[in-house]
Design a protein around this ligand. Structure first.
Ligand SMILES: *[C@@H]1O[C@H](CO)[C@@H](O)[C@H](O)[C@H]1NC(C)=O
Ligand SMILES: *[C@@H]1O[C@H](CO)[C@@H](O)[C@H](O)[C@H]1NC(C)=O
Ligand SMILES: *[C@@H]1O[C@H](CO)[C@@H](O)[C@H](O)[C@H]1NC(C)=O
Ligand SMILES: *[C@@H]1O[C@H](CO)[C@@H](O)[C@H](O)[C@H]1NC(C)=O
Length: 407
């Protein structure tokens, strides 16, 4: 064989491979073409992975086998007939977006004086719920002790990846099940949407742990993420004992959460890095700036930093009810504080939640001290490489001279 022949063979193989990839893609697209169908199909896949109930109904197709060999195959098949029944009746009931700008106050003087982002917030504040793009109704099936939910955005897959490997791992500790979900909105710009949405769907195809709604994932829309989660939880999760909700750039010690929850028996539990009598920030440069026109009281109700807090399942359902009685507020954790005020629950402040930073001084050695992290429940903020590092240190045979008695 001459070099030229070899080149020709090589070219042919490449071309065939390319054609195969295109064919597979086209076939799969065909499957996914219409939105509604896609959802049924997706759900079917999930059934195949967890219980296989729909398999009998002839909805099992070739692609499912690939799905089946994924990680989630190991999940126990707890097909409870009662749960199945309920599932038919309770679904995400928002299927269309009809959100037009509310121009009622657009001629007012106070509105004209606002910054662009506040204007945008106010124009769309009345749009409460959006359709769900990626759903996991099966996630809450059976008894769950701790549901971990993490706010994330499309592009930050590296953070999700590390969390899945470290503190967000789905597991069972002493017979108590832990489940994990990431909460996402839709991308704010078209380029990102084109490039990342399919990747996100593929990521979900592999891990099955993403909830995505069709609202723009912006800072002020974090409150929508909160209300959408509360509604989702109230729809699908009847048997979740506790929820840990947090950011995707924190360090969490699940062992300590278990230790903490094991010792208490409080109704309406809500615990975190709570601020009492926090004042609305009136400096325009600040990320959390709020104009008088939006909030004119001197201080906020008590609220926990959104970086990470714990609440019990029944309280989350009450908070959902409360949220529906309030206007949306652009800061999500303050909004949740307002909901707590409505249901008359005072959040508990706990020293093991450091969502506003471990220590004020960023250069302090404590920020790198594994013994401190070992004693905490949540620490803000650690990005993937540091997080992985700290996780390894804390879970090694770490000997701490002084056990931090914080729990
Ligand atoms: C959306 O809402 C507007 C005003 O409420 C209404 O006129 C319009 O018909 C709605 N469109 C759809 C598609 O539902
Ligand atoms: C705008 O004002 C009208 C009349 O007061 C009211 O009926 C309507 O609900 C308002 N629109 C929104 C989106 O709040
Ligand atoms: C929130 O999301 C909705 C729906 O995508 C969008 O219309 C609105 O402008 C967003 N609001 C902000 C403040 O980003
Ligand atoms: C504060 O805002 C509320 C509701 O927007 C309004 O009714 C009230 O008059 C305002 N109070 C002051 C002191 O501006």
């Amino acid at each position: 064989m001459t070099a030229r022949d070899r080149w020709r063979v090589y070219k042919r193989v490449c071309l065939m491979f390319f054609l195969a990839v295109v064919t597979i893609t086209v076939v799969q697209r065909g499957h996914m073409s219409t939105g509604a169908q896609f959802h049924v199909e997706r759900q079917t896949r999930q059934e195949a992975a967890t219980g296989g109930a729909l398999q009998k109904k002839g909805l099992y197709s070739g692609t499912d086998r690939f799905w089946k060999v994924s990680k989630r195959k190991q999940e126990p098949t707890t097909e409870d007939p009662k749960v199945t029944e309920e599932r038919g009746a309770r679904t995400w009931d928002v299927t269309t977006t009809n959100c037009t700008a509310n121009l009622n106050f657009s001629n007012t003087e106070w509105f004209a004086g606002l910054e662009a982002n506040f204007k945008q917030f106010l124009l769309y504040r009345h749009c409460r719920y959006f359709p769900i793009i990626i759903n996991h109704p099966e996630k809450c099936r059976g008894e769950i002790y701790l549901l971990i939910v993490i706010k994330s955005i499309i592009t930050q897959h590296d953070r999700r990846e590390v969390i899945r490997k470290t503190w967000g791992k789905e597991q069972e500790i002493d017979g108590k099940r832990i489940k994990t979900l990431f909460l996402l909105g839709a991308s704010a710009n078209e380029v990102e949407k084109a490039n990342h949405q399919k990747l996100l769907e593929y990521e979900d195809y592999i891990y099955g742990d993403i909830l995505q709604w069709d609202f723009m994932d912006s800072f002020f829309n974090l409150t929508l993420k909160e209300t959408h989660f509360l509604k989702w939880f109230s729809t699908y999760c009847g048997n979740v004992r506790y929820i840990f909700k947090g950011d995707d750039d924190v360090f969490v010690n699940v062992q300590n959460i278990f230790e903490f929850l094991g010792d208490i028996n409080i109704k309406n539990l809500f615990v975190g890095d709570v601020l009492f009598k926090a004042k609305p920030i009136r400096k325009k440069e600040n990320k959390y700036y709020i104009p008088q026109a939006l909030y004119n009281k001197t201080h906020y109700p008590p609220y926990a930093g959104g970086g990470g807090f714990l609440m019990d399942g029944p309280l989350a359902r009450k908070l959902y009810g409360a949220s529906e009685t309030l206007d949306l507020y652009p800061i999500d954790d303050v909004f949740l504080g307002m909901c707590l005020e409505v249901v008359q629950v005072t959040p508990i402040r706990h020293n093991a939640f450091k969502t506003f930073g471990l220590v004020k001084n960023k250069n302090s050695k404590l920020n790198k001290e594994p013994c401190f992290f070992k004693g905490m429940i949540v620490v803000h903020k650690l990005l993937p490489p540091e997080l992985l590092n700290m996780w390894k240190l804390v879970n090694s045979d770490l000997i701490c001279a002084q056990k931090v008695e914080i729990l």
